[in-house]
Design a binder for this molecule. Structure first.
Ligand code: FAD
Ligand code: NAP
Length: 510
């Protein structure tokens, strides 16, 4: 490991030292405040000079980047190009230069280990040291097991691990920015650890029988935009581990997602509530040692044994409620997974799901699906067309749009059903429209009662052209459509006739 000799920091007499209060800050030039730095990091400017690529940095290479206008620093195994940050550093340029071209971990830990540098410097990330990552003081050395395992190709992720007296941390270096918690699924069962990181259309798998017992609670952290995922396990006994464990099938492999099988874990039914006469809201609890978050617009498969045969069907998880942002969460997040499921009395799986008792188990797969929230980037007008339970993917898309899309001006849902009684979450949709001026909903019924004075019929050019009004002539628009396959196919055809391009439309299908 690279190391700068341990020394007092800030150095006696340095500009960061003040007599009684610890560090002082140097005056920054105008336009060099923290907010200015944040603005610069969000400007899309290439701050590393590597055009978003992450590289493995050798010790020799690091040493050559030791000047103010070309200054790389290694902190905890990751290398940053801090030249663009020099003028924004509250401690001054000279303090940063003390670790130029070297490992600044010790200096950093002594001065401001609490600073969220991973977030502050995420756009300056060059890559990681092409050697064992830094082992923080007090941690035991890692075993050799991981070094003997094959790595596939330069862009394949890799992993490493370290331990403290009471915990073991497995670190996945995905070598991709923008990794987040819903890109990683972790299961721990009978001391077998299975962690899958989905990177673009590929899947990286860690599959190990651990050498020692661990407690069932795991925690997973993704260092967003840095491409690092930490999986923290708690040891059952506080003894040093000589190795992490034994590799199992497909361990350390990086293969196209489409070539991986479905992996299931058993989830317990916690509650089942009527939403309409034939649709229920199911709440399932994930096992305590599973980390699984379904990305917006993706689905999972539910598996049940029906008269001896395993039946599998896809379902799209939803948030507990469209209005959940406005009330205290009753249950802790990410441990529960909700489904709106329509029961078909003559269907194969749904009557069985309906007959489940609270406490029964259902197998739930890892997420699948080709919807990417990046499609919504910079979108101003979002149009959602749903029929029946085709509403389910719209729930999380709508939630995401209203809470996370700063560009959004308008989100409109056209919801097709047979009768008023079939409309899922009608009351919540109407409340949401009252609450959020950007959102609007229109219901269209194909078999309405005589009292219905709203829109009627099937998806048609007339209904669509009236509905698809942009907030401005050239606004950036995106459309999602989901329902019975013939509805979705017909809707997409009509949208093309109305001159929307393929890039502007996402049809949800199996
Ligand atoms: P099926 O046995 O499939 O029968 C359903 C209905 O079709 C019954 O009325 C049956 O009589 C009729 N039927 C069956 N076969 C035929 C046939 N050959 N000809 C004519 N009629 C037939 N559903 C939800 O409720 N919620 C969701 O969140 C959800 N998400 C989905 C996500 C995806 C990606 C996909 C593709 C589907 C989703 N579905 C969802 C639908 C779900 O997967 C099932 O198809 C649905 O629950 C019906 O399953 P079943 O086995 O009970 O019924
Ligand atoms: P439904 O109640 O039978 O139908 C909902 C509405 O769609 C009704 O108004 C119906 O009109 C209309 N419709 C049906 N077929 C049509 C067609 N060919 N053209 C135009 N309109 C049509 O729907 P459901 O039973 O809830 O079924 C929902 C479907 O969505 C299921 O097939 C499910 O698999 C699918 N789904 C897919 C996903 C996904 O891919 N991600 C997610 C969830 C659900 P009528 O009165 O004329 O029937």
């Amino acid at each position: 490991m690279l190391n700068v000799p341990s020394q007092a920091f800030p150095a006696p007499g340095s500009q960061q030292r003040v007599a009684s209060q610890g560090r002082s800050k140097v005056p920054l030039k105008q336009g060099r405040s923290l907010m200015d730095w944040i603005r610069l990091t969000r400007s899309g400017k290439d701050l590393t000079g590597l055009k978003g690529r992450l590289i493995d940095v050798t010790e020799e290479e690091l040493k050559t980047h030791n000047k103010k206008d070309d200054c790389w620093i290694c902190i905890r195994g990751l290398v940053y190009n801090v030249s663009p940050y020099m003028e924004y550093h509250p401690g001054g340029e000279d303090e940063l230069m003390r670790a130029a071209g070297a490992d600044g971990t010790d200096l950093f830990n002594e001065v401001h280990r609490w600073v969220n540098y991973e977030s502050m410097l995420k756009e300056c990330l060059v890559g990681r040291m092409a050697m064992k990552p830094a082992v923080p003081k007090g941690m035991l050395p890692k075993s050799q097991v991981t070094d003997t395992l094959p790595k596939e190709g330069p862009s394949s992720p890799s992993y490493d691990w370290f331990q403290t007296e009471s915990s073991v941390t497995i670190v996945i270096y995905t070598k991709q920015k923008n990794i987040n918690l819903d890109s990683v699924v972790v299961d721990l069962q009978d001391d077998i650890l299975r962690a899958e990181a989905v990177i673009k259309d590929h899947s990286y798998l860690i599959h190990i029988e651990l050498s020692h017992e661990v407690q069932e609670n795991i925690s997973v952290r993704a260092i967003e935009n840095v491409g690092k995922v930490d999986i923290v396990l708690q040891k059952r006994e506080n003894i040093p581990w000589k190795c992490l464990g034994h590799p199992l099938g497909k361990h350390d492999s990086f293969i196209p997602k489409k070539d991986t099988g479905l992996y299931y874990r058993k989830c317990q039914l916690i509650s089942k509530e009527d939403v309409t006469h034939d649709t229920r809201l199911f709440c399932l609890m994930l096992p305590p040692s599973t980390h699984l978050q379904v990305p917006v617009g993706q689905h999972v498969y539910l598996k049940l044994s029906v008269t001896g045969a395993e039946i599998v069907k896809p379902y799209t998880p939803v948030s507990e409620s469209l209005l959940s942002d406005f009330k205290e969460p009753v249950l802790p997040p990410n441990k529960y997974i909700y489904f709106l499921i329509k029961i078909y009395p003559d269907g194969l799986l749904t009557p069985e799901l309906d007959h489940l008792q609270i406490g029964d188990f259902v197998s739930v797969s890892s997420p699948e699906g080709n919807f990417k929230v990046s499609k919504l980037q910079d979108v101003e007008d979002l149009f959602l067309l749903a029929a029946g339970t085709g509403f389910t993917p719209m729930v999380n898309v709508l939630n995401y749009a209203l809470t996370s899309m700063s560009s959004l001006r308008k989100a409109k849902l056209m919801f097709f059903n047979k009768t008023e009684d079939d409309i899922i979450w009608r009351c919540q949709l109407e409340k949401l429209a009252l609450k959020d001026k950007r959102f609007d909903v229109e219901f269209v019924l194909s078999a309405p009662s005589s009292e219905w004075n709203g829109k009627q019929g099937h998806v048609s050019p007339a209904l669509l052209s009236e509905f698809l009004q942009r907030s401005s002539e050239n606004s950036r628009v995106f459309l999602c459509i989901c329902g019975p396959t013939p509805f979705t196919d017909e809707g997409i055809r009509l949208l093309h006739d109305l001159n929307f391009s393929t890039d502007e439309i996402h049809g949800f299908t199996a």
